[in-house]
Ligand binder design. Structure first.
Ligand SMILES: Cc1ncc(COP(=O)(O)O)c(C=O)c1O
Length: 416
């Protein structure tokens, strides 16, 4: 065991904590904050923290405090979470509670109960919500009228790239709004509704921000993905610029234009159409973010790990851990599994992968694991692990500095 190896430090920090446990390496987290903030600051833009990719207020506080003044607010993922930060959740952000005054719910909702939460949230905060079609306005407007508040509304423009027309859509499926004219029509409808306020534009270039392009699995696709990314950049910038121009010409200039994500932070920061960049995943750096060409010159530091207990030895050179099936969401594939990292060289078995109650591993030659030893893994994504743990152990060097409750530990499960 190399003394300097992170997993060896984590082993010491973990001591006799119960297993499984989840650990956040504070030095790595801080390095990631500095790394991701640098391009945003260099371009004079604002940083919005994507809560979905952290799900732990005390960590959001640390990130916001480290990043300082450029942090403008939070990008939230449900109405319930938005209402939480507009209310008691602000205090959970400690010294960074001010960022809870600027909330942007990035995913539409039409449920009256959600609309009511958003309307209420606007008594205490600017709680904006994303929309992309007319039918989403009525429940928001009704709730705001009822509460006697006004809900600020942000329109999302689709930035999927279609080099061959409808036959090929490179991007995600979010908004149906493809043109400046469509955005303008919806902005006019918002402006005509007394209990709503048109607040801005979201243009999330998911095919740049969230598509790994140096991945070890299906590596033959990487050059194609990089070429497609290169090809889509001018179209992304152009579409955002056209929408902003059309809105401005109609007297509806957006207060904010939000875009970007961890995987596109450098490019998006340089795009002058954006006023703010959203970042979340890169702070904890789930292992999917090891695989971005854009981040390769200054890679992120793995900051989030979990430890399982080795409980059986089914055969020589095999051990089996208890638990471990923390599979990330999205299009399913090998890359969504956790990555064993300590001891180095352990591998998941293709036939079983990471199982909910058992995870067998192949051990490399020369590595011995005793029953009860912790085995360290990294999750594929940054936020979802918090749904499986009540607290994160915050590690500095080789000691436990603090503990931070996750949403789950705070009794909050915003996704049901
Ligand atoms: C609208 C939006 N912007 C930005 C992001 C990027 O966040 P992250 O840095 O976690 O990839 C996301 C994440 O899914 C998102 O939905």
């Amino acid at each position: 065991m190399g003394v300097g190896e992170p997993w060896a430090r984590y082993l010491r920090a973990l001591g006799r904590e119960p297993l499984p446990s989840a650990l956040v390496d504070l030095d790595a987290l801080e390095a990631n904050v500095d790394r991701l903030l640098a391009p945003v600051v260099a371009s004079g833009k604002r940083l919005r923290l994507a809560t979905k990719s952290v799900r732990c207020p005390a960590l959001l506080e640390r990130i916001a405090s480290r990043a300082g003044e450029p942090v403008i607010g939070l990008m939230t993922y449900t109405a319930g979470e938005t209402a939480y930060y507009a209310g008691e959740g602000a205090a959970a952000l400690g010294a960074a509670s001010a960022i809870a005054r600027d909330l942007l719910l990035a995913y539409p909702t039409v449920h009256p109960a959600d609309a009511a939460l958003l309307a209420e949230a606007n008594r205490h905060a600017h709680a904006k919500v994303v929309v992309d079609e007319l039918a989403q306005l009525a429940p928001l407007a009704a709730a705001a009228r009822q509460a006697g508040t006004s809900i600020p509304v942000v329109i999302e423009l689709d930035l999927g790239w279609r080099p061959l027309g409808r036959a090929l859509h490179l991007g995600v499926r979010r908004s149906p709004l493809r043109s400046a004219g469509e955005v303008l029509a919806l902005a006019r409808a918002i402006a005509a509704e007394p209990s709503l306020r048109f607040a801005g534009l979201m243009g999330y270039e998911a095919q740049l921000a969230g598509l790994p392009d140096t991945a070890p699995t299906r590596a033959w696709q990487n050059p194609i993905k990089r070429a497609l990314k290169r090809g889509s950049r001018p179209a992304v910038a152009r579409a955002r610029a056209e929408a902003i121009r059309a809105l401005g010409a109609a007297g509806l200039a957006p207060e904010l234009v939000n875009g970007g994500g961890t995987g596109s932070v450098a490019w998006s920061s340089k795009d002058e159409t954006l006023s703010e960049i959203t970042v979340g995943s890169g702070f904890l750096a789930g292992h999917l973010f090891d695989n971005y060409a854009e981040l390769a010159h200054a890679p992120l530091s793995p900051a989030l790990h979990f430890a399982l207990q080795a409980v059986r030895r089914p055969a020589p050179r095999l051990i089996t851990c208890h638990g471990g099936g923390f599979i990330a969401s999205g299009a399913t594939g090998e890359d969504r599994q956790p990555l064993p990292v300590g001891p180095p060289g352990c591998r998941l078995l293709a036939a079983e992968g990471a199982g909910e109650v058992q995870t067998p591993l192949a051990l490399p030659a020369g590595v011995e694991v005793a029953l009860g030893d912790p085995i360290f893994f990294r999750p594929a994504k940054s936020g979802e692990l918090a749904e499986h743990f009540d607290e994160y152990l915050l590690v500095r060097g080789d000691h436990l500095e603090a503990r931070a409750p996750t949403y789950r530990g705070l009794g909050r499960r915003f996704l049901g």
